[in-house]
Design a protein around this ligand. Structure first.
Ligand code: C2E
Ligand code: MG
Ligand code: MG
Length: 430
């Protein structure tokens, strides 16, 4: 027993003990490695003080080790991370996992009562060592249980999570993205691609949307859906957005300097910007530096952002309107669109999500819905644009009902800057 705080073993003692238990394990039995911690332990310490935090850990450890005959050994790895090994005689993993879940729920319940704090929650990851994997290095088994715990946190759905082999790749992939993005920005692996926006009547290019692409040194392209959700969690998306804004401003400035035709370019805004709103000053500085007239700029907020952070979104729009910059609502109709929201938020453009055009041939019902949204935007004095236009039928239908603009593969996929320049010279994308 060498962890003074909890009375558990030290990690150095735990590993050989677990190794021995695995070696002695009967064929039909199995051992569960359970790696757990307390959610928001820092919050508990900050609120109630370290002494109480220490008592909480000691009590948690005590309950783990006195939980029953199946407890083999346990250790505090670091801070509030406690790992323990439990023995299952008949090796029925489904029942065993339920028991582990129940015992963790029980520990949580007791801790909440004893420490009079309803917010105490635990997270745990479980890895089973059975006859099939008894040759596994026990440290790998521990780190698998830890990965499952991290997964619980990322996922947020369940507080006890069983390890699955694909978790290793998923977390590896996330860590790889988080740890390489800064270099990628510095080394110009990120690029802005441009997707033209087409006027429904004239079929001429009247604008573009800048979309980020990550091109690895070996030439493979990573699409935003693969890395943006991860960078949104780590907040590094802010750097990515600023990088793209700089590219767009520099591109517009360059065309203005050459006296070439310029169309407005829209840029996406991550939900993370709504926390601090530092983006307002950032864009104001870009406008000063590049001296791009605001009529060539547009920023896209997603519908979900508008619903979740209406107050911040209002502040954002007011500031951007003061700068003379248009704001659009992206992916309209993909979430829980609230019509009330539209009456509150003075947005300039509604971008209908491509989910409205899922089928190449639109049904009558789909047509009615799209038509009424387009009519509504007109009455609200907003512009309408439909995303994801892939067929000529869809395009003529949209033109027929008076949807102002269109964006989609029917006209052009997002393209590299040079290709976009050529499209601008041609004036149209088909
Ligand atoms: P979004 O802003 O709604 O962009 C439209 C997405 O639809 C783009 O995907 C575009 O390539 C795709 N698309 C356009 N036309 C069609 C079509 O006809 N058919 C189909 N199937 N798809 C079409 P992409 O470039 O993969 O971007 C995905 C999302 O990632 C974007 O959705 C946007 O939310 C986000 N994103 C992209 N670039 C940035 C960025 O620089 N910053 C931030 N914060 N988000 C970005
Ligand atoms: Mg967009
Ligand atoms: Mg969109």
């Amino acid at each position: 027993m060498s962890d003074q705080l909890t009375g558990l073993e030290s990690y150095e003692e735990f590993v050989p003990k677990l190794k021995k238990a695995v070696a002695d394990m009967p064929e039909e039995a199995c051992i569960a490695v359970v790696y757990s911690d307390i959610k928001h332990f820092k919050y508990f310490n900050d609120t109630f003080g370290y002494r109480r935090g220490n008592r909480l850990l000691a009590r948690m450890a005590e309950m783990f080790s006195s939980g029953g005959d199946d407890f083999l050994c346990g250790a505090r790895v670091v801070s509030d991370n406690i790992v323990c090994a439990r023995f299952c005689f008949d090796g029925d993993k489904t029942i065993f996992l339920d028991e582990i879940k129940a015992s963790i729920a029980y520990i949580e319940e007791v801790l909440r009562k004893e420490f009079m704090c309803e917010r105490i929650r635990m997270t745990a990851g479980v890895f089973f060592i059975d006859a099939g994997v008894r040759g596994i290095n026990v440290e790998t088994a521990i780190s698998n249980a830890n990965l499952a715990r991290k997964h619980s946190k990322l996922d947020g759905s369940d507080s006890v999570t069983l390890f699955l082999p694909e978790m290793a790749t998923k977390i590896d992939n996330e860590l790889e993205i988080i740890s390489t993005i800064e270099d990628a920005i510095r080394n110009h692996e990120l690029m802005a691609y441009y997707q033209p926006k087409i006027d429904s009547n004239s079929e001429k290019i009247v604008g573009a949307e800048a979309l980020v692409r990550w091109i690895k040194p070996n030439g493979t392209m990573i699409y935003p859906d693969e890395f943006i959700p991860i960078l949104e969690k780590s907040r590094q998306i802010i750097d990515v957005d600023y990088f793209i804004y700089n590219e767009v401003f520099a591109f517009l400035r360059d065309r203005l300097d050459r006296g070439e035709r310029v169309v407005p370019v829209s840029m996406n805004v991550s939900r993370q910007h709504m926390k601090e709103l530092e983006i307002i000053d950032y864009v104001r500085d870009l406008c000063e530096t590049y001296k791009v007239p605001p009529k060539y700029l547009e920023f896209e907020l997603t519908e979900t952002m508008c619903t979740e952070r209406t107050d911040r979104v209002m502040e954002f729009i007011t500031a951007f309107h003061e700068m003379g910059i248009r704001v659009s609502m992206d992916d309209f109709g993909s979430g829980y669109s609230s019509l009330k929201l539209l009456s509150q938020i003075p947005i300039d453009v509604i971008k209908l999500d491509r989910c409205f055009l899922r089928s190449p041939e639109l049904s009558e019902r789909e047509k009615i819905i799209i038509t009424s949204i387009v009519n509504m935007t007109k009455e609200l004095k907003m512009c309408s644009l439909c995303e994801g236009v892939e067929t000529s039928d869809q395009s003529s239908f949209l033109a027929g009902i008076g949807c102002d603009a269109q964006q989609g593969y029917y006209y052009s996929k997002p393209v590299r800057l040079d290709d976009f320049r050529n499209l601008l010279v041609a004036g149209c994308a088909r």
